[in-house]
Design a protein around this ligand. Structure first.
Ligand SMILES: Cc1cc2nc3c(=O)[nH]c(=O)nc-3n(C[C@H](O)[C@H](O)[C@H](O)COP(=O)(O)O)c2cc1C
Length: 191
C-alpha cells in the first residue's frame, strides 16, 4: 500500500497534486490510501518521554490512525504546501509525533520508500528546502528518499501554485518533476 499524506489544511493545490500522484499509482496497479491533515486533530509532540517508557504516544488523537497506516505502507508520499520557506506546521507535527513509532520499534519505518512533493505560492518560495526537510525526516527514520533523477527533477516534485488551485493545474513543469519522481518511486517499489 502506498500512503499519501497531504500537509495542507485545505482541499486545494497540494491535495490536487497528491491526488494526481495517487491516481497514477492506482492506474499502475498499486493500492493507495490518502490521509489529509485537513480537519484532523493532531497535537504537537509535548516531549513528555512517555513513549520511551511505554512504547506508545500518551496523546490519543487522529495520529493513532496514522501510526497504523504508516506501519502498513510500503511507500510514503508526503506532500506539503510551502510555509515560510519550509513544510507546513501540520506536517511537522506528525513528523515529531513519529518519535513514538521509533520508541516502539526502531525499525518501524525502515526500508519504506519515500517521495516528497512541495507546493509553493511563489516561484522560488522554498520548495527545495521543504523537500529536503521531508527527505531529512525520511533519512532519520530509515525511509529511502527518492530523487526524480538528474535531468529535470533532481530533488523531487516541486510545484508553483501562484496561490491558486487553477494555477497549479497549469504548472506543466511541476507535473514533469512529479512524473519523473514517480517513475523512480515505482521502480524502487517494484524491486
Ligand atoms: C502561513 C503561510 C505561509 C506561506 N509561506 C510561503 C512561502 O514561504 N513560500 C511560498 O512559496 N508560498 C508560501 N505560502 C503560500 C502557499 O505555499 C501556497 O498558497 C500553496 O499553494 C498552498 O497550498 P494549498 O493550496 O494546498 O493549501 C504560504 C501560505 C501560508 C498560509
Amino acid at each position: 500500500m502506498i500512503l499519501g499524506i497531504c500537509g495542507s489544511p485545505r482541499k486545494a493545490a497540494t491535495n490536487h497534486v497528491l491526488s494526481y500522484a495517487l491516481e497514477k499509482l492506482e492506474n499502475n496497479g498499486f493500492e493507495t490510501k490518502s490521509f489529509l491533515l485537513r480537519a484532523k486533530k493532531i497535537a504537537p509532540c509535548i516531549h513528555c518521554d512517555y513513549c520511551l517508557k511505554h512504547k506508545e504516544c500518551v496523546q490519543k488523537d487522529d495520529m493513532t490512525n496514522l501510526y497504523a497506516l504508516l506501519k502498513e505502507a510500503e511507500g510514503i508520499i508526503m506532500a506539503t504546501p510551502v510555509y515560510n520557506g519550509g513544510i507546513s506546521g501540520q506536517l511537522k507535527c506528525i513528523m515529531d509525533r513519529c518519535r513514538a513509532l521509533g520508541a516502539e520499534d526502531i525499525n518501524s519505518l525502515r526500508g519504506k520508500i519515500g517521495l516528497a512533493i512541495a507546493v509553493g505560492g511563489d516561484r522560488s518560495g522554498g520548495q527545495e528546502p521543504a523537500i529536503q526537510q521531508i527527505h531529512s525526516y525520511y533519512i532519520l527514520n530509515g525511509i529511502v528518499p527518492i530523487s526524480g533523477g538528474s535531468f529535470g527533477a533532481n530533488l523531487g516534485a516541486s510545484f508553483w501554485s501562484k496561490d491558486k488551485l487553477e494555477e497549479v493545474k497549469k504548472d506543466e513543469y511541476g507535473f514533469k518533476t512529479l512524473n519523473k519522481t514517480l517513475k523512480y518511486f515505482t521502480n524502487y517499489l517494484e524491486k
